[in-house]
Design a protein around this ligand. Structure first.
Ligand code: SF4
Length: 421
């Protein structure tokens, strides 16, 4: 039996897909291969096209790629190949009034994780008796995928040591999707790191979700592997953990992405983000003191105005934050934010392909949708860091012993953000 595993592309195609291989599909592919099934990953984000040379297709989805997932599924069905659609979006809408959109778009759907239903799924594939719906539940033990993607097509090597987060911000879907915080056995993580051939990107939603586990992990990386360039996401409070930052720096951490979201404490409260904005500048400085670049994440809120943009611009200049993203507030179905905005009739656009952080899908208090999107785009153009700043900062990092890999990825990321990629 052969299965094509398909990652649909976003509407706004860019080369950012090359940033990281589809780890989730590789995970499913590994489980299938362990059961003697031939698999092939088709990643539209790097230009792959469905081959239709298989017995079944499994298609993953996010909210912004679900329409493309439906269309790919229909193309397989039209050729007589049964399809199974899973992923974040399917699991997010199954208990909402949007669930009817799943009818007739595929042979089956998978809700939740696949581990404890995979054997049943394979049995049903073998007997050509696929059910309409399979419901998986989170398993305690996270496993490691084999790197079955084509390494030449990607700039980085993905690794995941945990899923979920101890916080519950109103706009965030990670705990809804993963069923809470779960850690992978450190032996498995170390073996993934050993295999990494390029700059590592940790896919963890929050590498500081369990500080003690992170200290044990990176202590072992230091002792057993040494220095390999990597980046990842952490919550703000990581900057107060001197011991962990030292381990980060010693093991090759070149960049940490932190969701600051906004400089306004009231807006932080409004989405239940437990940050203290007055700590941001100190956070950036502390990470810089450890030779770590800071990739700050900000949200464009529906009551942001000219003064907000001016303050944010001054903050980025003053702190010398290295990279930033400024995403239009996007409510994903199933999250508390979505429920609140829908109840208040503030959602303007239900075209899921626009739920990509670049399009405004909710009402702004003062700007039209077009003005909002244009103001965000202008903010990027006016505030993006200079092309030279990243290599300069990396060269100033004294612990940076193997610059070529990380330099390549961070230059590419900076170029992408500048729209010159
Ligand atoms: S801290 Fe980050 S990962 Fe955790 S719930 Fe908030 S947005 Fe999600």
């Amino acid at each position: 039996m052969k299965i094509e595993l398909v990652n649909p592309a976003q509407k706004l195609l860019n080369k950012f897909g090359q940033y990281s291989p589809p780890y989730g599909l590789a995970y499913i592919g590994t489980l299938l291969k362990e059961r003697s099934i031939e698999v092939e990953i088709i990643d539209e984000a790097v230009g792959d096209k469905p081959k239709y040379k298989c017995n079944f297709a499994i298609i993953t989805s996010t909210t912004s790629t679900i329409k493309r997932a439906y269309s790919i599924s229909m193309s397989y069905l039209n050729k007589g190949i049964p399809t199974i659609i899973g992923g974040v979006h399917v699991s997010s809408i199954v208990n909402t009034h949007f669930k009817d959109e799943l009818k007739g778009v595929s042979t089956s759907i998978i809700i939740g994780p696949i581990e404890n239903i995979i054997d049943q799924l394979i049995n049903d594939m073998n007997s050509f008796s696929l059910k309409k719906c399979y419901v998986g539940t989170p398993v305690c033990e996270l496993k490691s995928p084999d790197p079955i993607w084509n390494e030449n097509k990607y700039f980085t090597y993905p690794i995941q040591s945990s899923v979920g987060c101890p916080f519950n911000c109103d706009f965030c879907a990670v705990n809804m999707v993963y069923g809470g915080l779960r850690m992978k056995n450190n032996d498995l993580v170390l073996s993934e790191i050993q295999k990494a051939s390029k700059t590592i990107i940790f896919l963890d939603d929050n590498l500081y979700a369990s500080p003690n586990t992170s200290k044990i992990l990176f202590g072992r990386v230091k002792e057993e592997i040494g220095y390999k360039p990597w980046g990842g996401l952490c919550s703000l409070n990581v900057y107060k953990d001197e011991k962990l930052l030292k381990l980060f720096s010693e093991t090759g951490c070149t960049c940490i992405n932190i969701g600051f979201e906004t400089l306004d404490p009231k807006k932080l409260d409004s989405v239940k983000k437990r940050n203290r904005a007055e700590e941001y500048a100190n956070c950036v400085k502390t990470l810089h003191d450890h030779g770590i670049l800071v990739y700050t994440g900000f949200i464009s809120f529906p009551d942001d105005d000219e003064a907000t943009l001016k303050n944010l611009s001054e903050f980025l200049n003053y702190t010398e934050a290295d990279l930033f993203h400024y995403d239009v507030l996007t409510p994903f179905p199933g999250t508390p934010l979505f429920e609140k905005l829908e109840k208040n009739m503030e959602i303007l656009d239900y075209d899921w392909s626009n739920y990509d952080f670049n399009h405004a899908v909710i009402k702004h208090k003062i700007w039209t949708t077009e003005e909002w999107e244009q103001n965000v785009e202008n903010f990027y153009k006016e505030n993006i860091p200079s092309q030279d700043s990243i290599p300069l900062k990396l060269s100033q990092n004294m612990s940076f012993t193997n610059p070529s890999l990380s330099l390549e990825i961070w230059q590419k990321l900076a170029s992408y953000l500048m729209g010159t990629f």
